[in-house]
Design a protein. Structure first.
Length: 584
């Protein structure tokens, strides 16, 4: 039976005994204990800490370099009632980080000025233009704080200080290779900067902002601004931390796992009117909200506003305390998301044609370009190329604000640090920024061919760890498994995402039942444990013939448990169906 997959390596006798003990100690199904063991949680203590992350386990904010100084400067601005400007970014991470800070500062009685750049007309991050615009709106001295940007803008920071701003940089993108090129702000907070001992180096921008607020709240309590029983409960803000962290595809391990697990509980409680309205609009009316819901339903809608040049719409939704206003704003976001899908569809076909030509030519990376592709969707197109071809992808379009320039967005996959790859190509780049998995950049149109060659060479030299595109199986199951119990236990491993992938299981030599199609999707039932479990293969209708003939197939799948009106159900989501006739 044909198929390309990677099965887990057999356990040694000692490892099998450890897995058995782990299952007994934690009262888990053996297959869950084995998955934990294979992911490095080999003792009951480490596994328990992973399965039940606690906010009390978060590291001390003061361990983050520059954070105490930043909190002190912010506290002084609060006490002195100075004007505070928050400079964010136009994606979900930048929007949620901006809202997080603004929401907290409102609780101190201040009304900060929030600046979210326009993706279509502004350059990325802190710019000379944005510094000038913001300086004209305040009375100096004022405080300027960046969130999710600013780490690569030394000249812009110098200009802001010359104009009278006290400047705090908070960011999570890769700092300049030379520490001398860091901006000379009054405080720089970035867990990736040299000399930072903080344990959560993979924080999103909103995660950095959350730890800053932890330190700011403590500082204000120490000053007598609040008492312990009157200070704001930061747990209520973890919904924003979860949204930004998941949407920015940060690893959902370590500190991020603690923040996101608690944040998803807050989202599921729907205490924030904007999130409640968005859940209602997307049909998430009863279920607990998962990382998957954020990644594929809530996040894209929040992002759509920024992609179309109006990130303030999403910020207004998350800041409003009025349910009526939230419902109206959620409807506007839905309309923006529908338009975003249409724009994406217009670009996707042409991008696929270019990508297929480059793959056929043996390219190990993709550099695609359309002169008038909508700049709001090129990042999504890059992600689509990753899904389709399993190769690092950069997608460029004409920069309407700069003649002869191309604006690009890139995505990578585990095994290639995209920021490092671009660092090797910087002779052909006007400017760039980002981190290991995603980046934005600008190149001159005339330099694109040389850049493409340099990027291909960088991927060849740095991408030796790129995984093969075969399917990785976490466990091989048998038809007698109690799948309802397994599905319930799987929820202990959530949230799934970068760094903690959702397990993929394999059933071998089974016969699918009730096979039919629903538009481009495949519907079927799987005989399991004496009953039938409903299954679906999204965009797998082409495999109808192979699945419907009644012959034995190998089924790779994820197991889902959901509830509707209080009734839970288990469903199989096919990842691949392998047969003698169809090994796709």
């Amino acid at each position: 039976m044909a198929g390309e997959w990677t099965l887990p390596l057999p356990l040694s006798q000692a490892e099998a005994a450890s897995c058995k003990q782990l299952a007994a100690d934690l009262q888990l199904p053996p297959v869950i204990a084995e998955i934990l063991f294979r992911r490095g949680f080999t003792s009951a203590e480490t596994a328990q800490r992973f399965l039940q992350p606690q906010l009390a386990d978060l590291p001390a904010p003061s361990a983050m370099k520059g954070l105490d100084k930043a909190a002190e400067l912010l506290a002084e601005a609060v006490v002195q009632r100075r004007q505070i400007v928050i400079h964010g970014d136009y994606d979900v991470d930048g929007i949620t980080a901006t809202v997080l800070l603004a929401d907290f500062l409102r609780k101190t009685g201040l009304e900060p000025i929030c600046h979210l750049p326009n993706r279509l007309t502004d350059e990325y991050g802190l710019t000379m233009k944005s510094v000038a615009v913001l300086a004209a709106q305040v009375a100096m001295p004022a405080l300027l704080i960046t969130v999710d940007c600013g780490i690569s803008t030394p000249q812009e920071v110098r200009r802001a200080k010359d104009l009278g701003f006290t400047v705090i940089i908070t960011d999570h993108h890769q700092p300049p290779a030379d520490p001398a090129d860091l901006p000379q702000a009054d405080a720089v907070v970035n867990p990736r900067q040299a000399g930072c001992a903080f344990a959560g180096g993979e924080l999103a921008g909103v995660g950095v902002a959350f730890f800053l607020l932890m330190a700011l709240r403590r500082n204000l309590v120490n000053r007598g601004w609040w008492t312990q029983d009157k200070m704001p409960n930061l747990r209520d803000s973890l919904d924003l931390a979860a949204l930004g962290t998941i949407a920015d595809v940060m690893p959902l391990t370590g500190v991020n796992r603690v923040l996101v697990r608690a944040g998803l509980e807050v989202i599921s409680g729907r205490g924030r009117p904007g999130i409640a309205a968005l859940c209602e609009r997307t049909g998430l009316r009863e279920d607990s909200v998962s990382a998957e819901h954020v990644a594929y339903q809530l996040g894209p809608r929040i992002n759509a506003a920024g992609r179309l040049g109006n990130p303030q719409l999403a910020a207004d939704l998350l800041l409003t305390q009025d349910m009526g206003a939230a419902a109206v704003l959620a409807e506007e976001l839905e309309a923006a998301n529908i338009l975003r899908r249409e724009l994406e569809a217009e670009v996707l076909e042409a991008a696929l044609q270019q990508a297929e030509q480059q793959v056929a030519a043996g390219q190990g990376s993709l550099v695609l370009q359309g002169p008038d592709w909508h700049p709001g969707v090129i990042g999504i197109i890059a992600a689509r190329m990753i899904d389709r071809f399993h190769l690092p992808a950069l997608v460029f379009t004409g920069d309407s604000g700069q003649e002869g320039m191309l604006k690009g967005s890139g995505r990578s996959l585990p095994g290639l640090n995209l920021h490092q790859a671009l660092e090797q190509c910087k002779a052909w780049i006007v400017h760039f920024g980002g981190h290991a998995m995603a980046a934005g950049l600008t190149v001159r149109n005339e330099d694109l061919a040389q850049f493409r060659t340099a990027f291909a060479e960088a991927v060849r030299t740095l991408g030796g760890g790129l995984p093969k595109a075969d399917l990785r199986i976490d466990a091989v199951l048998d038809e007698q498994m109690n799948f309802r119990e397994l599905a319930s236990s799987l929820q202990l491993l959530e949230p799934f995402g970068q760094g903690n992938p959702e397990p993929v299981f394999l059933l071998r030599n089974i016969r699918l039942r009730e096979v039919n199609t629903l538009r481009e999707h495949l519907r079927f039932a799987v005989p399991l444990n004496g009953g039938l479990v409903k299954g679906i293969g999204f965009f797998m209708a082409a495999q109808f013939e192979a699945a419907a003939e009644g012959g034995a197939v190998d089924l790779a799948f994820r197991l889902k448990e959901s509830s509707y009106r209080g009734v839970s159900r288990v469903e199989v989501h096919a990842v691949a169906i392998f047969s003698d006739k169809n090994s796709a």
